[in-house]
Write a protein that binds this ligand. Sequence first.
Ligand code: BGC
Length: 397
Amino acid sequence: MKGLFSAVLASAITGVFALPSPTENGPITARAAQAACATPVTIGSGNPFASRTIYANKFYSSEVVSAAAAMTDTALAAAAKKVADVGTFMWIDTRAKIDIVEDTIKDVPCDHIAALVIYDLPGRDCAAKASNGELAVGELDIYKSQYIDPIVTIFKKYPNVAIALVIEPDSLPNLVTNSNLQTCKDSASGYRDGVAYALKQLNLPNIAMYIDAGHGGWLGWNDNLKPGAKELATVYKTAGSPSSVHGFATNVAGWNSFDLSPGEFSKATDAQWNKAQNEKTYVTLFAPELKSAGMPSQAIVDTGRNAVTGLRKEWGDWCNVNGAGFGARPTSDTGSSLVDSFVWVKPGGESDGTSDSTATRYDSFCGKDDAFKPSPEAGAWNQAYFEMLVKNAKPAF
Ligand code: BGC
C-alpha cells in the first residue's frame, strides 16, 4: 500500500511538473502551443493511459480554483488549489453541456488524454431519483440526434486529440439488478439501444471507451457477475463490436477501496455471497466473465473519493458519503495488468444529490445518516464537501 501510494505521488508530481518552467523556456502560452499532436492519433488496442496524462479540464479546474479562493484557511486553500491540476472527467450530462466540449478538448497536449462522460440517456437513473435527466423514456431519437450526433461531430473535428470516454454510468447495471422496478423496465430498451448507438457512433481511432459496470458491491455478487457481463457484452455486440471499446469502468462516483483487504464489508452477514470485496478483486472476477461473453475486458477504476473507508452503513449507500477524502491520483501504474488506470471520474465537490426532502429529485439515500447534509442538487458544487475531501485526502495534497 505504501509503495503504491509513493508511486502514485511520484507520477502525479511528474504530471504536474513535467513541462519546463517559464523562466527556462519562455512564457506558459508558448509551452501549451508546442504540445499539441501534429498528426491524427490512433489509440489502438494498448493501454491508452500508459503514455498519456489525463487532461485537467478547464471546467473542473475553474470550479476548484474558485473554491480555493473562497477559503479563509490559507494552508487548506493552498492544498485545495492543487486539486485543479488533477485530470478529472468532464460529464456531458445535458445537451447544453455540449457547448463546452470543444473547449474541453481543443487544447489537449499530445502527451495527454481528454476524459469525458457520456451521460444523458432517456429515463436516466431509473433506480434512483437524484440524477434523473432531461430526456424522458421514449425520447431515444432526441438522444441520438441532439446529443450523441453533435458530440461525434465535435470529436471528428479533433482527430489529433486522444479522448477517453466512460459510457453511461449506472445504466446497464440497473438493468441487471433493478429490472423489478417499473422505471427500469420502462427505460430498458432505450438504455440498450442508446448505449449501442453511442458505442457505434463514437467508434473513432482517437477514442477509447469504457462501459460502466457498477462496482464490486453491485455486479460483484456471485449471482450478478455472469448476467452483468452478458448485459454489457450483448450491447457491445449489438453495436458491431467497436474496436474503440477497451472494456469497463468501475466504482464511478463510488466509495470502494481499490485493494483494502479484508474488504470493507467482508464481515457483513451476506459477505459469503460476494467475493468482490474490493475493486481490484471485482475487476479480477468480472474481466474473465466479460472476456468469455465476447467483450474486451480492460478496466479503469474511479479512485477520486475513496480515501477513507468504514464510513458507510451499507455497501449500497451512494449519496455524498460523509467523511470521504480524495483518493489515489490518476495513474496507469495500478499494480494490475487488468486495470489500465486509476481515474477521477466523479469531480469531487460536485454533489451526488440534494438533501432537500421537498425537492422533486430528492432521493432518500441522500437523507441517510451517513450522507453529508446539507447537499445541493446532483452536479452542483458543495463547498463544505469539497473542503472535507481535501482535508481527508490520501495521499495528502
Ligand atoms: C449528476 C450530473 C453531474 C455528475 C458529475 C451526477 O450525479 O447527475 O448532473 O454532472 O454527477 O458531478
